[in-house]
Ligand binder design. Sequence first.
Ligand code: FRU
Length: 485
Amino acid sequence: MNGLQQARDYEKQNRVPREKQPAFHLCPPVGWMNDPNGLSFFNGQVHLFYQYHPYSMHWGPMHWGHQVSEDLMAWKLKPCALAPEDSFDAKGCFSGTALEDNGKHVLVYTGVSQKDGKEVQNQCLAVGNGTEYRKAGLIIDGSMLPTGFSCQDFRDPKLWKRDGRYCLIAGNKDENGQGQIVLFTSSDLQNWQFESVFLQAKENQGQMWECPDFFSIGKQDVLILSPQDMEDNGQGIHNGHNAVAILGHFNGKTFEAQSEMQPLDYGLDFYAPQTFTHPDGRQILIGWMSSWQAPVSADDQKWSSQMTLPRELSIEDGKLVQNPVRELSSYWKNTLQFTDLEIKDRQEIPGVSGRYTDFTLAFKEPISSRFALELAGQGDTYTAFEIDPKHGRIELDRTHSGLHLDYVSLRRNPLPKQGISKLRIVQDLYSIEIFVNDGQMVFSTIIPTDESSDQIRFLAQEKQKIDLEFHEIDVQALRKNSLEA
Ligand code: FRU
């Protein structure tokens, strides 16, 4: 039996029951998942592929798993799309991109293979109809890179069409082992030329640059990338692998940076995001809500990792801003609204609890002393989000979330200069995402906490007045809409 059929049979036979999984965060049916791949709109549906090893809870020979959605909330499983079984991708079908092209769904991914005793990474093409994909083999060989550029680290293509010409960028390393992004162009998707170094890492901007993504919002061009091995800068960049945005201008050859690296997420689990342009014009981002060093999962889980909520992107005051896609509101139920609530000490609010929730706090006055939330709580179990104006800190802490492993659990960041006026908290079964000040900062984390821990506690050192809008999420409707056709 071939590798693709084997993976399809395996995922069908071993699929984890949907009720044991998050309701609106995409996760694999079984086994390991990392980066989102090929996020695109094709034939009336959003398609999301992902790095996938169905056979274990660990990274292994990479396949492309596949799911689709009509509303970016309810995800339906499609059969596994690619398996590493050909000479050009025998060591793995690594991350890549997708595009609708003349009625066909075009995928370009990194094929990892062996050459002269070394692993090499090349860009490969597959074309399909939304379910079945036929591999067309290698289209950009590492040997097409200028001399000295790495053929071992040459991966994660992003493809787009501009003025009738295809542009493709990919992560790479230069002759000094420094991270860079290279640009190739083509008029027919088959024949490609090396065009230029799109952007090169400066000092302290990480080693290998993984998973580049490029788009425009109005006249502003934006580059997203995931640099490895960075050092904490006290401003949202943490040690290790980060995901950042750079605003700039693509002049047809290179990317002229106009901003510093802006961290995309200040929480514990976020990497390798991709974006696509929705037919209604929105630019939408989905990231891998996990981390290479700490892939948190509940003790008995047979599947690993989730994607973030899809997020609508905009630019405000020279900064990329992210908010949950508006489709989430169509699953709201049991809405409660409170005005001028006074919070003091630690308290719960009648009717405000649950693990599938979306709620917003608006602060009526500046936060003058410590203010915190304890989420997914019960007894000594909770995940804390705390604002400490005295020390100028905002932090997310999952130390007491039921985690038994020695994983990073606390992320502390400086308070934004303008203070905090609003918090929106979205919870699904094993995750929490917090959008601060209408998406100026986002904190994402996976928690392994049992579903029965469903208290939401409010804490204020001194009296704090808030407005609160609380919604439960209609899990049943989501499950129904996730059933395969
Ligand atoms: C990023 C990454 C990519 C690569 C993939 C392999 O998380 O390392 O660079 O294509 O994962 O699974």
